[in-house]
Design a protein around this ligand. Sequence first.
Ligand SMILES: Nc1ncnc2c1ncn2[C@@H]1O[C@H](COP(=O)(O)OP(=O)(O)OP(=O)(O)O)[C@@H](O)[C@H]1O
Ligand SMILES: [Mg+2]
Length: 242
Amino acid sequence: MLQVYDLKKSYGKTLALDGVNINVSQGEILVVMGPSGCGKSTLIRCINRLTEPDSGEVFFKDQSVMDMSPQELLKFRRRVGFVFQHFNLVKRLTVKENVMFGLVLGGMDSEKAEEIAIDALRKVGLQESSASLPEELSGGQQQRVGIARALALNPEIMLLDEPTASLDPILVGEVLDVMEDLARNAQATMIIVTHEVSFAMKVAHRIILMDHGKIVEEGIPEEIFREPRSEIGRKYKRLLVA
Ligand SMILES: Nc1ncnc2c1ncn2[C@@H]1O[C@H](COP(=O)(O)OP(=O)(O)OP(=O)(O)O)[C@@H](O)[C@H]1O
Ligand SMILES: [Mg+2]
């Protein structure tokens, strides 16, 4: 469904991506792990060209993302759900309006958008909070709104960039539960960047480990965490045992 070939990206002298290849099939949950600064965000942001790679190719359902015109790219981004580490909610809009926003922007009438937004909020357990403002919610709840906003677009693939990283540890669990729920749906195709080893163990069909802009290990969770071949893999294994 998604193929990435030899993706490279530098920021000045920093080589953020050094020739990354990935292949994600329909219905697959791919978890991306690796130390801070290894290029995980750059990788998933390059997939829908929120960050422009220097070179390489991205194909989504056999269509070249790199060849898309600005208009085609906007259309493509509506097919991709993106969840950020910092929730990026619009402060002055209610929870429901935040979730509706992308739909209305895409030309949907507001009644239909509202119906879909409420359904998406129900999926993340927040239908009761639809009239609240983001600042009235906890961090975990705000991130669930972020996930509902992505879900409302009925995306063909979801990209989640450390969705629990800015949450306090007590709130991490509720967001992981929502993500686990979504991942269990056979239709979902997801790339999830996370440091949560036990979540990855439970949910990932496949894990890739990155270091210094490269993939250093790739495999099913059992393989990676039982018999890691890379230094990074061994570090994560220790976390799992601890
Ligand atoms: N906009 C930018 N300008 C300059 N350097 C950048 C920029 N974005 C990322 N980098 C650098 O590129 C490298 C990869 O960054 P990236 O954000 O992809 O890492 P990451 O694996 O997502 O890290 P983290 O786990 O901390 O989110 C880092 O060295 C970072 O400092
Ligand atoms: Mg990052």
